[in-house]
Ligand binder design. Sequence first.
Ligand SMILES: Cc1cc2nc3c(=O)[nH]c(=O)nc-3n(C[C@H](O)[C@H](O)[C@H](O)COP(=O)(O)OP(=O)(O)OC[C@H]3O[C@@H](n4cnc5c(N)ncnc54)[C@H](O)[C@@H]3O)c2cc1C
Length: 478
Amino acid sequence: MSEPGDLVVVGAGPAGMAAAATALHGGLRVTLLDAGPEPGGQFWRRPVRAADPAARAAHPRRGRRTYRALCAALSAHRRTGRLTLLTDHHAWTATRGEDGFTVHAVDRSRAPEETDVALRAPALLVATGAYDRQLPFPGWDLPGVLTAGGLQALLKGGGVPAGARVVLGGTGPFLLPVAAALATRGAEVAAVCEASGPSAWLRRPGPLLRRPARWAEAAGYAAVLARHRVPVRTRTAITAAEGTGRVAAVRTALLDADGSPLPGSERRIAADTVGVGWGFVPQLDLLVTLGCPLADAGDGSMAAAVDGGQRTGVPGLYAAGEACGVGGAALAVGEGRLAAVSVLADLGAPGRPNPRRLAAERAAVAGHRAFARAVAGAHPVPPGWSSWLTDDTPVCRCEEVTAGAVRSVCADGSAADHRQVKQLTRAGMGWCQGRMCGPAVHGLAAPGQPYAPAERLIATPLTLGALAGPGEPPPVPS
Ligand SMILES: Cc1cc2nc3c(=O)[nH]c(=O)nc-3n(C[C@H](O)[C@H](O)[C@H](O)COP(=O)(O)OP(=O)(O)OC[C@H]3O[C@@H](n4cnc5c(N)ncnc54)[C@H](O)[C@@H]3O)c2cc1C
């Protein structure tokens, strides 16, 4: 067990980095850990091999100055000894006791060896981000079908376009940078299938119009797509993937107002790679285990419920970034800073930002949140998505549970949400613990209800050796 510091931050993405830098600046001793090989998270993911210029080119220009400033601040505080940075450390559970929190992390820096590390602090900040929301369709389990975030991570982390001819589908502005990055890196993007229509953006124009920088960014991607002649098809979804042993084509269809495919609108597009993303789902494992209350994020998922200072309903526990609702890297940075300011205040630390700077940060966060809500409103998951599932479409790929099996336990009233479906069918009980299929199973069982993940006391698969390691034993399920 390590000596306790003042604050443990789990997740070194934009939110966690900003929180750690602010807390360190205010005089605290911080442990910052991340499952990845270096800080940056999803947005600032960099190639593992530092010399890969192709992958470096995929590193976003937006926010680069903030990234560099945060890296410099963290390096400086490492030298003073007040920051302990633990990369390749995956927090697999956390507990709360009388004198604060204990975070158990599995150290994979010497993989395949795994050891358990227990970290203690009076305050814990969870900034674990989000993961791609997936909706199944016939053929989605074929090799060559990936998530849109996965395609982006391959580009950023390794400079690798996953295929030569790619079709992207789903909904949300994230499809545009992925398509632009693929096209720039030499892939032929045969189509971007966006389920929403352009008029969806006109329903709540206020927050959108107040963010001219985001429009400029979107215009930049549109220019790249136009230059590479990438067709963007709105009100269109990928309804099936076909191929023998690997994807060879997708079927797409125009969607009606309900999101169901319009008869006669089907097309077939040849592709060796498919990327699908229906927005993101907050990563809540540690927060749910600690009893953190959740709130409807307005985009089909529940997220950590926080006050204006990013405090959760559990004393001493803070959350920031996409665990509190999806909204992009700039919002994550702002929330990370606000969370750290609350930690400084609650621990009675002397260093805090001046009130004017704090007020400006709060206003910026409010603006980013309003924008994120407007984007979510313009890019909902279409209610009729389940109509493109055949009964033999696998929904839970780990346990090979089909849409028909899920439908049958819902139709006879045995299951009303994804937890009950899991008990009856094993959907969500496999290796990924429902991260891939949970939102879809929930969408089939309780359409229109926001998805909250089930409690998982162990947030990542780990060896028995690590489980029995030097830290305290894991909590016993009640
Ligand atoms: C695959 C993917 C790719 C994305 N690419 C882009 C993009 O190119 N452009 C864009 O604008 N937005 C992108 N996003 C959205 C992006 O997540 C946010 O805009 C931004 O990075 C959010 O910052 P964050 O700090 O909240 O979370 P993240 O950046 O996701 O950072 C969270 C960090 O927590 C770590 N973590 C999670 N759980 C644990 C744990 N239990 N133990 C230890 N560490 C943990 C992760 O390794 C990660 O580094 C992407 C999202 C995903 C899921």
